[in-house]
Design a protein around this ligand. Structure first.
Ligand code: NAP
Length: 294
């Protein structure tokens, strides 16, 4: 059994991107620039955005952070998006979600130019993904693809069961694993809370991607020997044994499932750390105009 090390893989990708930036600078090219917009002062979102900006600086990207109070109007936020869409310095930008209730997440997402949508949430980019056209794939699915690729995990002809059909994880994952390419070429079963025979389906799976948000849900009796298990779940619970007072739990009963697997991602340290690497890869792609040209 091989434990897929997302932390190490993410760090490797970041080093590779940093080396690219050195080359770009040496050739007198434009340094990739990621902008982030943060609304309100939710602690979690703030930490998230701060760490993204810090990583940008560390690998040599340009970055800017725009903060708005909770009370910002939708019109003002949309105006900022228009500015960023037209700012030649900014190659890509992200709006930290969720937004306050009086602002429509969907309206905001759709205002971002697909060319600069490095989070890959714009319907145009999701449509392009479904059509297997060049696009920005959103961070979590992209991170999973990169892990499969970096560990050279065979996917062609395999049966992949995805548990969960959310717009940000399960649904795109099912499309990506079924598409013609690598990683891909799987026969995919997309399951959800109304699926009746989940255990039987999982027992037929060569690859299981668990993304439902129920700690320890995937148990050993649902997994066949030699399966690849990707655990996307993150549930934060209080803990007396950790320094922070919190503990992260995945959707897989790791201790019991791991010995049966050929590959497995741990929680924490599996899929989670790949998010930042995905965002940086998308920003590099944006600065190179790889998706839309021009
Ligand atoms: P979500 O929007 O809550 O969706 C959960 C999905 O799981 C739904 O499609 C739901 O089915 C399905 N589901 C719930 N109970 C089920 C059951 N008993 N059997 C089969 N399917 C079931 O969750 P999400 O945003 O996709 O996130 C899923 C987990 O991944 C969460 O723990 C989240 O924190 C984590 N996550 C991690 C990362 C990362 O970077 N590692 C990124 C994003 C999310 P219905 O559609 O029928 O309700």
């Amino acid at each position: 059994m091989i434990i897929i090390d997302g932390k190490k893989t993410s760090e490797q990708i970041q080093e590779e991107i940093a080396a690219e930036v050195v080359k770009i600078k040496a050739a007198g090219g434009k340094v990739p620039h990621l902008a982030a917009v943060l609304v309100g002062n939710d602690g979690g979102s703030e930490t998230y955005v701060a760490s993204k900006v810090k990583t940008c600086e560390r690998i040599g990207f340009g970055s800017s952070l725009f903060r708005f109070p909770d009370s910002v109007t939708e019109a003002d936020l949309l105006q900022k998006i228009d500015e960023l869409n037209n700012d030649p310095i900014v190659d890509g930008f992200i709006i930290q979600l969720p937004l306050p209730k009086h602002i429509s997440d969907q309206k905001v997402i759709e205002r971002i130019s697909p060319k600069k949508d490095v989070d890959g949430f714009h319907p145009v980019n999701i449509g392009r993904m479904a059509l297997n056209l060049p696009t920005y794939i959103s961070a979590t699915p992209f991170g999973i693809l990169k892990l499969l690729e970096r560990y050279a995990i065979e996917t062609t002809g395999k049966h992949c069961v995805v548990i969960g059909r959310s717009n940000i994880v399960g649904s795109p994952m099912s499309i990506l694993m079924a598409r013609n390419g690598y990683p891909g070429n799987c026969t995919v079963t997309l399951t959800h809370s109304k699926t009746r025979n989940l255990k039987e389906l999982c027992l037929q799976a060569d690859i299981i991607i668990a993304a439902l948000g129920k700690p320890g849900f995937l148990t050993a009796d649902m997994v066949k020997d030699g399966a690849v298990v990707i655990d996307v779940g993150i549930t934060r619970i209080k803990s007396e044994t950790t320094k922070s007072g919190w503990k992260l739990l995945g959707d897989v009963d790791y201790e019991a499932v791991a010995p049966k697997c050929s590959y497995i991602t741990p929680v924490p340290g599996g899929v989670g750390p790949m998010t930042i690497a995905s965002l940086l890869l998308n920003t590099l792609k944006a600065s190179r105009r790889e998706v839309y040209g021009g």
